[in-house]
Design a protein around this ligand. Structure first.
Ligand SMILES: CC(C)(COP(=O)(O)OP(=O)(O)OC[C@H]1O[C@@H](n2cnc3c(N)ncnc32)[C@H](O)[C@@H]1OP(=O)(O)O)[C@@H](O)C(=O)NCCC(=O)NCCS
Length: 477
């Protein structure tokens, strides 16, 4: 009997949870699997229902078109970071160079309208996006409330992970601490235990789902513990079982302001997924393809996110902005900013927060954050500075002539929003990105295991071998 079936049949333990609407739902836990008695499907039940059709769709597509040529690869792509090579499958989102990201075919403004909101808020709930990424469906409000409660119920850290975090040196970068904590959670992996016990391939997804939910549930606590340990007094509040994911994160960090809670909901939603080829997504998927657990796979993804050309760019932007502010001493004129941009470029550095490997226009995630700032603090000094840079930098980068995309990306704006509400410690910013990114990459990891994605193993050649290859190809022309 599958775990889902046994869950339905065996009501081993019941824990009453009061949802925000006042409607009671019963959270039942059986061997790590959960369901609710409010009549609606849980995320896991819904995923179990839709996944056979997805697997069939893939099978059909491969049977009919498995030999269709979908692209060509030139030598420069092998040396150029594999840019543009189609070779990955990612169900949750697709990135158009001009339009930007679509999550299950929905733009950011679409999801801002469509996804359920937090109590009293207008921003989408990140856990609702997780549901959408996993199933392609928009959950109802009560389904999201149940999901929020489910995640909150999984939030407790094992003692050894708490102690480990407390023992780390305060000057160890928060992303290194994050990755260490997630790796140490391997002790909890149901996937690894089930694999060791010889579980059947067709049940892999079930354990990947449980590990992913457990891990996501613990992320607000891990992130906040790092924040409180490194920058505050080390004291951590407790998870509110009735609060949503973003609110719990905001409150645990120590921020009670309703607007900051809304910012967290938006932030965690828009950073979650950006198709499969970016470093954190690709790494998580790659490591997972070896059947490493979701904990080990995601911690590998976090190590990639920690790089300055990827997630750490949000920290770099702030540091760069502060140096600019110091240097120009209140003169935010376009001429002064233009000079500072040229100084950065002429010293051989990149302008952080600008450029993108795929995008060729302003990142809609930048726009969503800009609109948030315009709604809540249009006159904030740092926001005005970022807005002036937005007017100047694309022209400078175009004149510089190197980057294929002179427009701002997501990281160009996020730090300024956090600064406004008092979360000023820039070296923590990539941790927030990581909490969000978990939603996208773990959704795909569950799908990977459910549709039986194989171990990833592209072909590599040495330069000598490539030289031989191109010679023999050209000789045949
Ligand atoms: C994101 C990024 C890594 C994409 O790299 P990419 O796909 O190789 O970008 P391009 O093809 O446009 O790069 C071509 C050249 O322009 C340069 N370039 C790209 N973005 C640049 C920027 N913001 N400032 C200065 N130079 C830049 C590259 O370094 C490269 O130079 P090179 O030929 O000397 O190696 C790159 O734009 C970058 O470093 N941006 C700044 C960091 C950042 O914001 N990262 C977050 C991304 S979401």
């Amino acid at each position: 009997m599958s775990v889902l079936a046994s869950t339905r049949n065996t009501l081993a333990r019941g824990l009453l949870q009061q949802s925000n609407s006042g409607r009671a739902s019963v959270l039942l836990t059986v061997g790590g699997a959960r369901l609710y008695s409010n009549g609606e499907k849980t995320l896991k039940e819904r995923f179990a229902e839709i996944i056979p059709a997805k697997a069939e769709q893939i099978k059909q597509l491969r049977q009919e078109h498995g030999s269709t040529v979908i692209g060509e690869v030139v030598l420069n792509q092998a040396y150029g970071g594999m840019r543009g090579i189609k070779g990955l499958v990612w169900e949750g989102s697709v990135l158009d160079p001009d339009e930007g990201i679509r999550f299950r075919n929905r733009t950011i403004p679409d999801i801002q309208k469509e996804l359920p909101k937090g109590a009293g808020g207008t921003e989408p709930l990140p856990e609702a996006l997780f549901w959408l990424l996993l199933t392609g469906e928009t959950p109802t409000e009560s389904q999201v409330k149940a999901l929020s409660a489910d995640l909150a119920s999984r939030s407790e850290l094992p003692e050894h992970v708490s102690q480990l975090l407390d023992s780390l040196p305060k000057d160890l970068h928060p992303m290194a601490q994050f990755s260490i904590a997630v790796t140490a959670l391997e002790s909890e992996s149901k996937f690894s235990k089930a694999y060791a016990q010889g579980v059947s391939k067709k049940d892999y997804w079930n354990y990947a789902f449980e590990d992913s939910m457990d891990l996501i549930g613990k992320l607000p606590v891990i992130a906040s513990k790092i924040y409180r340990n490194v920058f505050k007094d080390g004291k951590l509040g407790s998870v509110d079982p009735n609060a949503d994911f973003g609110k719990n994160l905001a409150n645990l960090l120590g921020f009670k302001n309703d607007e900051f809670v809304e910012l967290m909901r938006l932030y965690l939603t828009i950073h979650a997924d950006h198709e499969g080829g970016n470093v954190s997504a690709h790494t998580t998927h790659l490591v997972g393809s070896a059947l490493s657990s979701p904990y080990l796979s995601f911690s590998a993804g976090l190590n990639g996110l920690a790089g300055p050309l990827h997630g750490r760019a949000n920290q770099e932007v702030l540091e760069w902005l502060f140096k600019l502010r110091e240097e120009v001493k209140g003169d935010y004129s376009k001429e002064t900013i233009e000079k500072y941009l040229w100084d950065t470029l002429n010293s051989g550095r990149v302008v952080p927060g600008y450029g993108h490997a795929v995008l060729r226009k302003t990142d809609p995630r930048y726009t969503a954050q800009r609109e948030f700032a315009l709604r809540h603090f249009p006159d904030y000094d740092l926001f005005k500075l970022v807005s002036t840079i937005y007017e100047v930098a694309p022209g400078v980068l175009t004149k510089h002539g190197k980057t294929k995309n002179p427009w701002p990306n997501v990281d160009s704006h996020s730090g300024v929003l956090l600064q406004y509400y008092g979360l000023t410690e820039a070296s923590f910013y990539t941790v927030l990105f990581g909490v969000s990114r978990a939603l996208g990459v773990l959704a795909q990891l569950i799908i990977d295991r459910a549709v039986g994605q194989p171990i990833e193993r592209p072909k590599s050649f040495s330069t000598e071998k490539y030289a031989e290859l191109v010679k023999s190809i050209n000789a045949k022309k």
